[in-house]
Design a protein around this ligand. Structure first.
Ligand code: CP
Length: 310
């Protein structure tokens, strides 16, 4: 087995050796994306079902492209047009799909733990594409790949994760992965958006955005989930922006170079101003490109097939 687990359910407990293998494989696969014909036969004969029960732009398209670049057969499932609408259980849905002879399932679901649950219902390899507020491992892997490309290493580097840490599966997976790789992580946001016990994952908490910016080499700015304001977890969008929004003024006050990341989709003018998102400091679109390479790497390594051949 190329990795220490036969599924990718999260980065909790994933050893540094696995993360390095995924990032190294992604780096070696990335040039395929720039070829005139960006396709290799590595996953020929492998069938992957993309099971998305929640909206997605980047992750869904990125997985589908990764599968196509590797010559896998891909099928896209959308809960809104499936028999889930007629009351079919998740277990029945997955067992019926498996009966059609498939090899791998990529799943996004609003409930934490669904990818793990699927491993109990099917013999297919399961990859978590985001489960509730729990984990989004391929997002953290593509974030780490993009930072490693910039710096050559993650060890000792300082990353501040800004915003709604409490409800963020991106934050959870990033903290786990970065700490495993020897990086230092600060999480910064309103107290109401900070989960209790986050320090146990190895992150330090700050409630002062200017201090977090002064400390960090990179900011990973999380999307503010607008429904949190309706729930009263912060007073107003304007106040959030004033207290924690990443603006050019705020960055200029820090008087240093800092890398700007965002997993997308961005709420421009709320957690991140447009002139920062589109500045030279931003590596947001590099993250998106690397998402395809990382997902190719995860698919190859979990498929048991050899790494990409010409
Ligand atoms: N980063 C991310 O998960 O984006 P999508 O929701 O568009 O997939």
């Amino acid at each position: 087995m190329a990795l220490s687990s036969s599924h990718l359910l999260g980065l909790e407990g994933v050893p540094a050796s696995d993360i390095i293998k995924i990032l190294d494989t992604a780096e070696s696969l990335k040039p395929i994306l720039d070829r005139p014909i960006p396709k290799v036969p590595t996953l020929r004969g492998i069938t992957v079902v993309n099971l998305f029960f929640e909206p997605s732009t980047r992750t869904r398209i990125s997985f589908e492209l990764a599968e196509k670049r590797l010559s896998a057969d891909t099928v896209n499932f959308s809960s809104t047009t499936s028999s889930v609408k007629k009351g079919e259980t998740l277990r029945d849905t997955v067992r019926n799909i498996e009966a059609m002879k498939i090899n791998m399932i990529v799943v996004r679901h609003s409930a934490a733990g669904v990818p793990y649950f699927l491993t109990r219902c099917t013999d297919a390899t399961v990859i978590n594409a985001g489960d509730g507020q729990h984990e989004h491992p391929t997002q953290a892997l593509l974030d780490m790949m993009t930072l490693r490309e910039k710096w050559g290493t993650l060890a000792g580097k300082k990353i501040a994760i800004i915003g709604d840490v409490k409800h963020s599966r991106v934050a959870g997976s990033n903290i786990r992965g970065l700490v495993t790789m020897g990086a230092k992580v600060v999480v910064c946001g309103p107290k109401t958006l900070m989960p209790p016990g986050i320090e146990e994952l190895g992150a330090t908490v700050s409630y002062n955005i200017d201090e977090a910016i002064a400390w960090a080499d990179a900011l990973n700015v999380l999307r503010i989930q607008l429904e949190r304001q309706e729930a009263g977890l912060f007073p107003s969008i304007r106040e959030y922006h004033a207290e924690f929004g990443i603006t050019r003024d705020r960055l200029e006050r820090a008087k240093k170079e800092i890398i700007i990341m965002h997993p997308g989709p961005i709420n421009r003018g709320i957690e991140l101003d447009s002139d920062v998102a589109d500045s030279d400091a931003s590596i947001i679109l590099n993250q998106v490109t690397n998402g395809v390479a990382v997902r190719m790497a995860v698919l190859v390594l979990l498929s048991g097939m050899d790494s990409a051949s010409d």
